[in-house]
Design a protein around this ligand. Sequence first.
Ligand code: NAD
Length: 352
Amino acid sequence: MNTQQKLNIVPFVSVDHMMSLVLAVGVETFLRELAQVIEEDYRRWELFDKTPRIGSHSPDGVIELMPTSDGTLYGFKYVNGHPKNTRSGRQTVTAFGALADVGNGYPMLLSEMTLLTALRTAATSALAASHLGRPDAQTMAIIGNGAQSEFQAIAFKAICGIKAVRLFDIDTAASEKCARNLSGSGLAVTILPSSEAAVEGADIITTVTADKQYATILTDNMIGPGVHINAVGGDCPGKTELHRDILLRSEIFVEYPPQTRIEGEIQQLPEDYPVTELWQVITGTAQGRKHRDQITLFDSVGFAIEDFSALRYLRSKLMEIGLYDELDLLADPDDPRDLFGMVLRHKALKGL
Ligand code: NAD
């Protein structure tokens, strides 16, 4: 990427370019490097401007804006969550976002973020599990085998050394799709007939289902000692996946408490229920797993800093690899105050 970019031009990463970029880097390398950048930013946690994301809720879904800044760069993501979308051939989650220069306010990068969200969510989950799960964990159950699932499986292989995944989805076609996509990944993949069967013997349980309600994907009797739960799908007010009794038996780790208390599994608990922030575990100011038999729960909802890290990582990759379009996004008159004159000159030039 040319760092001396023309003032009106903003690099734009389309879905097509994102796919080529991920394949050029390699999915596992991309996830590992992205997790490292997220970890770097989690270490700088206190430096960031933080706010719970701004959600616009409707009966069928939510549209959210997720801004943050480290004082030098500013990033935001637009993301939706509409569980019924897949019935009309649309994604449950789509996203795009931008990175900008705090010094002059100009955008430096605009990108698709549907794929990037799946990648950053999986990288964050695996990063959390690398700090919270048992170090010898080898088997992961994945309940919900939709768009996010393969990214989760591959991130846990690349970052946590998971060797086998056990799949369950209420729609068998989703599990079959996931198993097909993971063939050749090096993971041993089994499709199971129920979530009870899928979690049997699993060291890590990932729940990544989509339903706009208080669902009970896991009940207390399904969770044995020493398990790490990576709860990804409950990420909205009124949308959870775990029975409350599981929360009461677990040590709970969250991204940003003011957001997770509204959106996460812990919306089922009193507002002052004790939770540990993941950044504190990463920086060593709080303890992660205390003993082998402890049940740890990462109550993931997705936080703006992870998207910021993903955009920051993406920009560094664009500098190495290219793969972007030049978007004529910003007005750039010869005299910055002559915006109207620029329109008049355009009229003359085009004969309009
Ligand atoms: P998706 O619609 O592609 O897949 C969801 C899958 O869950 C579907 O295959 C569906 O059949 C299955 N499912 C629904 N109810 C189930 C149940 N009771 N038991 C088993 N399977 C069930 O959606 P997706 O893009 O994979 O996203 C999944 C969830 O993850 C969504 O709720 C989304 O909002 C959430 N999400 C969270 C984060 C985060 O950072 N925490 C990021 C991205 C997505």
